[in-house]
Design a protein around this ligand. Structure first.
Ligand code: CO
Ligand code: ZN
Length: 326
């Protein structure tokens, strides 16, 4: 879990994935033939083989904020990067890439239920714009702070979306050394802004088959939409979300691999949201693609929660997928 903690703790809002990539490069160097970075910021690890081209994608970026304006008072105005909810962001701590920390608050004359980012600000403790501008500039980005902890089977942290996917892909890649497949593990950029890295990554690689690994909602909390996915209920094999219908071929393969290896799985239909599969499956003439999802509570909050047994199940299933003879 120390390695997952390291991945989660890195600050890498969309477009600024390099700190996560550095951690990943060090970890997988010995297990792949080539590691490259493309113009959009994808980290592409290639393990060469004579077999089919298999692309696996987990996004390295996380949601965050970007500075839009600095007030005379030294308070910092910002906007969201990706799916940040104003009420989730409120009274949270953020950390900029240079380590400067701040707190998010709001114009208290406004109705708290209806606040938007325009009503909110970040206070870094600066007394003037002059002082603030020495530390933070327009366009600087920050991530939310959320302490990593474990209790029983549960793991809680910020950015488990999608560092847990990166973690699963890294572990599976290390274990799947017996394969003829031509394997591309892609730690994609800018997923949270609309699957941008996955689009260029898939175009360059032109895979025969692809698997995205990402988090998904669960239906087991008060007030959640009816959904057949529970925390700790096993790897979730996505059938559909807003951005893709999974390839029936890949879904059936994942089901068979789960059954053959006694891995618990659940079928997922997510009524909103999408993963890198949304971009990959529509690349060029189309790519047979599915998503393997990690059941996750409180997605896009600084306290996302996943299950260790689900993680382990997803690692084994991904390993078997990489080793499959297509
Ligand atoms: Co997300
Ligand atoms: Zn995600």
């Amino acid at each position: 879990m120390e390695f997952l903690k390291k991945l989660c703790t890195a600050i890498a809002p969309s477009g600024n994935e390099s700190s996560v990539h550095d951690i990943i490069k060090n970890e997988i160097r010995a297990y792949v033939d080539e590691i490259t970075t493309d113009a959009l910021g994808n980290l592409i690890a290639h393990k060469k083989g004579a077999g089919k081209k298999v692309m696996l994608a987990a996004h390295a970026d996380e949601i965050g904020i970007i500075v839009t304006y600095i007030e005379k008072s030294g308070l910092i105005r910002f906007h969201n990067i990706g799916g940040v909810r104003p009420l989730y962001a409120l009274s949270q701590r953020v950390k900029f890439l240079n380590g400067i920390a701040g707190v998010v608050f709001y114009d208290m004359a406004k109705d708290i239920e209806k606040i938007s980012f325009d009503d909110m600000y970040i206070d870094i403790g600066a007394k003037s714009d002059e002082e603030a501008e020495k530390l933070v500039n327009i366009g600087d980005v920050a991530g939310f702070v959320g302490e990593f902890f474990e209790r029983g089977d549960a793991v809680v942290s910020k950015a488990l979306d999608d560092r847990v996917g990166c973690y699963i892909l890294i572990k599976a890649l290390k274990r799947a050394q017996n394969t003829d497949n031509d394997v591309y593990a892609v730690f994609t950029s800018q997923e949270e802004l609309g699957l941008r890295g996955a689009a260029t990554g898939a175009y360059s690689i032109n895979p025969d088959i692809a698997l995205a690994i990402d988090v998904t909602d669960t239906g087991d909390m008060p007030g959640t939409a009816p959904m057949a996915v529970t925390l700790g209920g096993g790897a979730a094999i996505k059938i559909k979300d807003s951005r893709s219908i999974s390839s029936g071929y890949v879904v059936n393969l994942l089901k068979r691999l789960a059954k053959d290896n006694n891995l618990p799985y659940q079928l997922e239909v997510l009524t909103r949201g999408g993963t890198d599969a949304g971009a990959i499956h529509m690349s060029r003439g189309g790519v047979k693609t599915a998503t393997l999802s990690v059941p996750t509570r409180y997605i896009h909050s600084p306290c996302e929660m996943v299950s260790k047994t689900d993680i382990e199940t997803c690692i084994t299933l991904t390993q078997k997928f990489i080793e499959e003879r297509f």
